[in-house]
Design a protein around this ligand. Structure first.
Ligand code: SF4
Length: 438
């Protein structure tokens, strides 16, 4: 079959989906197919949409995007529309009926099939040759696929399947290739980082993997995302504490703090264990930035249970918090429960928590004024260079704004003295010897 000459890849959803798109783009590129990212200039005959399908809002966005490109196809501006990812993995049959204009639907494990459908040859040995969609100085490194947990509200195990760890060799090879592309910060991701190795090596191997990546001496920052709050691999805190290139930062979604709800969510952790875990981190790594996420409006969540969560957030003063409203998902254990919290109440609870967190973030940021931090420049925006400290992950956390008069380039590290702060941003200026490492 004659290869599709030019293909634009549209990526929706999480960073794990983004890596899948980048792997697909890498495969198409080595087959000399012109590959465009979503915002790249130029025309593409074919569009592949990598969808997200795990909660309602994400599904709507995916369907709107598909319908948008079907309109382009009807107008003859593009020839083909293909759909891949979580939405088509989960809802292929109804999609085939609802939107038959899509040339073909693929799942989450179909990259080889897609490459062949594009008339190209899938290269099995192409480990880590990704076409990055992030700025070249940072990249996500997916260390496993799927999840073996059974959180009652979550459809992901049903979409992405059981947990499959990548081999350490493949991860190190991929990381080395990313460094060759100029990547200075790698963000380790999977559904549950703490599970890494249990399938392949029959024991948790996250600390060993992080140390192996750190021993490469290729990255300034190694960041850990999506830790699960039970069974933290022993030695992980020591690894973070002893390795300056491992960011003093963790992302550990907790979802709730009330014992009845944690039990109903099948999280396998209690409020007491959660508090103990956080204080363990705080005692050992007082400077560490802790990001977490909570769900409000879970079936049956009473005012008291919500207030308990509110109090927990006020007391614990997390550095970064994401709040989601409960989404009643088919094929999940919670779907048997009555989705009895009205949408309006869910949204009100979510914004109440975000208001509390905004004040906490403002206070914590104010404590940074006068201090000096190593900052990675992500972009230039108007009169500012915009960067991050090791306590901030791209796209989701705080940023540092430096006046554009500073002689900087995107991807540079520099040393910045913080001169001002608000709830989610810091303002700073370069120190005299800003190019010298801190
Ligand atoms: S850990 Fe829980 S919430 Fe996260 S992907 Fe697995 S089942 Fe879903």
């Amino acid at each position: 079959m004659k290869p599709h000459q030019s293909i634009r890849i549209i990526t929706l959803g999480c960073a794990k989906n983004m890596v899948d798109s980048e792997v697909l783009m890498g495969q198409l590129k080595v087959n000399n197919i012109k590959v465009l990212r979503e915002n790249d200039k130029g025309h593409a005959h074919t569009v592949v949409i990598n969808t997200c399908g795990f909660i309602n809002d994400a599904r709507e966005e995916s369907i709107d995007t598909i319908l948008g490109y079907i309109e382009e196809k009807k107008k003859g501006r593009i020839k083909n529309v293909f759909v891949m990812g979580c939405l088509s993995e989960r809802f292929r049959e109804p999609l085939l009926k609802e939107i038959p204009e899509v040339d073909e639907y693929f799942g989450v494990h179909d990259i080889a099939k897609i490459v062949e459908r594009m008339g190209a040859e899938f290269r099995q040995n192409l480990v880590g040759d990704r076409m990055l969609t992030t700025p070249n100085h940072y990249a996500y490194l997916k260390i496993a696929e799927g999840c073996n947990r059974s959180c009652s509200f979550c459809a992901i195990p049903g979409i992405r399947g059981q947990h499959i760890s990548k081999s350490m060799e493949d991860i190190v090879l991929e990381a080395t290739k990313l460094a060759k592309q100029g990547v200075k910060e790698i963000l380790l991701i999977s559904q549950d980082l703490t599970y890494y190795g249990l399938d392949l090596y029959k024991k948790q191997m996250l600390p060993e993997l992080v140390e192996k990546l750190s021993d490469l001496k290729l990255f300034d920052w190694i960041r850990l995302h999506y830790l699960y709050p039970t069974t933290l691999p022993s030695g992980l805190i020591d690894t973070i504490a002893s390795r300056p290139d491992v960011c003093n930062y963790i992302d550990i979604p907790l979802q709730h703090i009330n014992n009845r709800i944690l039990k109903s969510m099948k999280r396998g952790v209690t409020a007491g264990e959660t508090r103990k875990l956080i204080s363990q981190f705080r005692q050992r790594l007082p400077e560490m930035a802790i990001r977490t996420a909570f769900i409000v409006g879970y079936p049956g969540e009473t005012e008291d249970e919500f207030n308990e969560l509110k109090q927990f957030i006020k007391e614990t003063r997390f550095d970064r918090v994401g709040v989601f409203t409960y989404s009643h998902e088919e094929d999940t254990a919670a779907f048997r429960l009555k989705d009895d919290i009205p949408e309006k109440a869910k949204l009100a609870r979510a914004s109440e928590l975000m208001e509390i967190q905004e004040e906490i973030s403002r206070d914590l940021n104010a404590l940074k004024v006068g201090k000096t931090f190593k900052v990675l420049i992500d972009r230039q925006e108007g009169e500012y260079f915009v960067g991050r400290t090791e306590f901030d992950s791209p796209e989701i956390d705080n940023e540092v704004l430096i006046n554009v008069s500073a002689n900087l380039k995107i991807g540079d590290f520099c040393t910045v003295k913080i001169t001002g702060a608000d709830a989610f941003d810091l303002y700073g200026c370069l120190t005299d010897n800003h190019s010298l490492p801190l």
